[in-house]
Write a protein that binds this ligand. Structure first.
Ligand code: UVW
Length: 319
């Protein structure tokens, strides 16, 4: 007999929620943990002045990794020197010439922040907002409040691929919060309360060397896997932001329940944890392995897209 898959609401119903914790109107969730004191704690992790940016290129010649069904970003020149060569470029006093381009893309089609209302179940978004508020553009828990607030705090990188002695985790390979703690211990770093949790699997970096068909075949990403204990650990640690180098920040299908993307509900919708996805973490991870410094100042702000369910971002790490 086929296994009966519970709804994600049933799976997560007895677990902690932060709804109402920061008021009935709150739209930024666990980012509320990042107080001025947390900004200063992040700044105290800056020791060398090295900087890293975590966004993948938009419109890479080898393509961009996107969730199956989403199209890749398309950048189109609408003005360049060619227009001037054929006498069609706008003329200005002083003979200045210019280039222009437009981009058509999914807001989740590059490194991005998900709005807290990006996913829902039982007709309710984060903080209990009605799912009808998503219709025609999000009027509650969109990406705009996250963008207006910005994200600044202490970040810690956990390199799960390195911990398992691999360049990249396998499709569907999963790990728990206990695995994160074991990897942290091996790295000689402690995950502290209110840390921005950055997890490397090697998955996004591998996209550029992989055959497309192989990358998307039976698409199951590696990543964190759901358990009640893991959700309680995130709640107890008051993690404000989960950042990974995968498209969806978690193993695509929970191997125990069979539910798709349960952490989107348990962490993002229920606890208000901000999700940053599709990061390039390989250069940062190599540097951390070289110098032994796995904590840093993390700074990011998605674009201020009114009503957006997400928005691109280029996070900056300063060590
Ligand atoms: C989905 O919306 C399926 O995933 P993501 O959060 O990666 O955009």
């Amino acid at each position: 007999m086929d296994k009966v898959v519970p709804t994600v609401a049933e799976l997560t119903q007895d677990l902690p929620r932060n709804w109402g914790k920061w008021g009935a109107a709150d739209e930024v969730g666990a980012l509320n943990y990042l107080t001025p004191a947390e900004v200063l704690r992040g700044m105290s992790a800056v020791r060398q002045g090295k900087t890293f940016t975590l966004q993948i290129p938009m419109g890479h010649p080898k393509g961009d990794p996107v969730w199956p069904g989403r199209n890749q970003a398309q950048r189109i020149n609408v003005m360049d020197h060619g227009h001037y060569l054929c006498g069609k470029g706008p003329q200005f006093p002083g003979k200045l010439e210019y280039a222009d381009d437009v981009m058509f893309m999914y807001l989740q089609g590059s490194t991005q922040y998900d709005a807290l209302g990006h996913v829902w179940c039982d007709d309710q978004l984060y903080n209990g907002f009605d799912a009808n508020t998503t219709i025609g553009g999000m009027t509650k828990a969109s990406v705009l409040p996250l963008a207006e607030r910005g994200v600044v705090g202490r970040g810690v990188l956990i390199d799960m691929a390195r911990h398992r002695g691999k360049a990249v985790l396998d499709p569907g390979e999963h790990f728990s919060h206990e695995d994160l703690l074991a990897a942290a211990a091996q790295q000689g770093v402690t995950i502290q309360k209110h840390d921005v949790l950055v997890i490397r699997t090697g998955w996004i970096g591998s996209f550029y060397d992989r055959d497309r068909v192989e990358f998307y075949k039976n698409f199951v990403e590696p990543g964190l896997t759901y358990s009640p204990e893991l959700v309680r650990w995130f709640a107890d640690m008051e993690i404000p932001n989960l950042v990974t180098d995968t498209i969806a920040n978690e193993v695509t299908i929970d191997p125990v329940s069979g539910v798709a993307l349960p952490l989107h509900i348990a962490l993002m919708r229920n606890l208000g944890v901000a999700f940053t996805e599709i990061c390039q973490l390989d250069p940062l991870a190599q540097d951390c392995a070289d110098d032994g410094q796995w904590s840093f100042l993390y700074v990011a702000a998605p674009l201020k897209v009114v009503g957006g369910s997400g928005a691109p971002v280029n996070p900056v790490v300063i060590k």
